[in-house]
Design a protein around this ligand. Structure first.
Ligand SMILES: Nc1ncnc2c1ncn2[C@@H]1O[C@H](COP(=O)(O)OP(=O)(O)OP(=O)(O)O)[C@@H](O)[C@H]1O
Ligand SMILES: [Mg+2]
Length: 311
């Protein structure tokens, strides 16, 4: 559906996007995750024919963005970082205008606008000036203009930025709903957002791919160790060293009295051995809990210890 191959974009001597290759398949909702300046907007602008690339290819439904931009634009709806809204226009008129710009046939303009007004829940504000709407509603108008020509693919650049928590929840729900009928590439540097909305993530850092996988796959492949949190009724160095001597345990640290964090070899069922030892020695087992890596841990690992990670 979207095929990016060896995409490079340099603004000056240093590339902002450096030999990026990834795919977004039909029907997927993919998160494009990276810290500020990683190259997310640059890549999205190229995908949506706003910006030329320095080298590499991007194809959308088989059409090359550089050779066939008109065909690509028909198939993509883009919500850029700063949505192109006219504050002095009324919502309904603006959407009609957007439909005309995207070459929706005159006979279909009304139904197309009605359709996006319904999907983006803009019915109550259709007659209001865009400039007077709240930021969340303006973002919905931005989404509606991106979808008015009924594209199969939506490219959304940080769609929840600048919104308050209630508006964020609403826009995320809207995007999840849209994901049932559209292929979506969504950029974000907010990790929980990606876990809530996307099935797969492409993590970029300094213009390069740092990782690309499903959320579960990413967590599993990065689990170099398994961590256990342990709460005992007895603490102290003897207990700590007893735990550290277990074969399955790589290291043991006492974080506060009786509370231990154990780094264990993955796949060795360390819980069994730890529990057995604790019960044998009568240390009093209050809690034994495997700690899974959050996407936040992974993101930090990938963007700070990049050299250790193979994409
Ligand atoms: N028009 C431009 N001219 C020169 N450099 C630019 C231009 N646009 C972007 N850059 C640089 O390219 C790099 C990538 O920027 P980009 O906006 O794509 O990042 P981003 O991942 O979208 O970041 P953010 O999360 O802050 O939106 C940055 O180092 C940025 O300074
Ligand atoms: Mg950006």
């Amino acid at each position: 559906m979207i095929e990016v191959e060896n995409l490079t974009k340099s603004y000056g001597p240093r590339p902002a996007v450096d030999r990026l290759s990834f795919q977004v398949n039909s029907g997927e909702v993919v998160g494009f995750l990276g810290p500020n300046g990683a190259g997310k907007s640059t890549t999205m602008n190229i995908l949506c024919c706003i910006l030329p690339a320095t080298s590499g290819t991007v194809k959308v439904h088989g059409f090359d963005v550089f050779e066939n931009p008109l065909e690509v634009r028909k198939r993509i709806g883009y919500l850029p970082e700063n949505p192109p809204l006219y504050p002095d226009m009324v919502v309904g008129d603006f959407l009609k205008f957007a439909a005309r710009l995207r070459q929706v046939p005159s006979s279909k303009i009304k139904s197309s606008v009605d359709n996006v007004v319904e999907k983006c829940m803009l019915g109550d504000v259709k007659g209001r000036l865009i400039g007077r709407l709240s930021k969340g509603y303006q973002q919905r108008v931005g989404l509606a203009q991106a979808m008015v020509h009924d594209p199969a693919i939506l490219v959304l650049d940080e769609p929840t930025i600048g919104l308050d928590p209630i508006q964020i929840i609403e826009i995320r729900k809207l995007i999840r709903d849209l994901g049932r009928e559209h292929t979506i590439l969504l950029s974000s540097h907010i990790l929980p957002e990606v876990t809530q909305i996307c099935q797969r993530v492409v993590i970029i850092h300094e213009g390069r791919i740092a990782a690309m996988d499903t959320l579960e796959g990413l967590t599993a492949s990065l689990k170099k160790t398994q961590r256990l949190d342990l709460a005992l009724r007895q603490g102290g160095d003897d207990v700590r060293s007893g735990l550290a001597e277990l074969d399955c345990v790589i290291s043991a640290a006492e974080t506060s009295s009786g509370k231990f964090t154990l780094e264990c070899h993955p796949g060795s069922h360390p819980q069994d051995e730890v529990a057995r030892l604790v019960l044998d020695r009568g240390w009093g087992l209050d809690e034994l809990r495997p700690v899974s890596l959050s996407l936040e841990d992974i993101f930090l690992q990938l963007t700070t210890e990049e050299k250790e990670v193979t994409a």
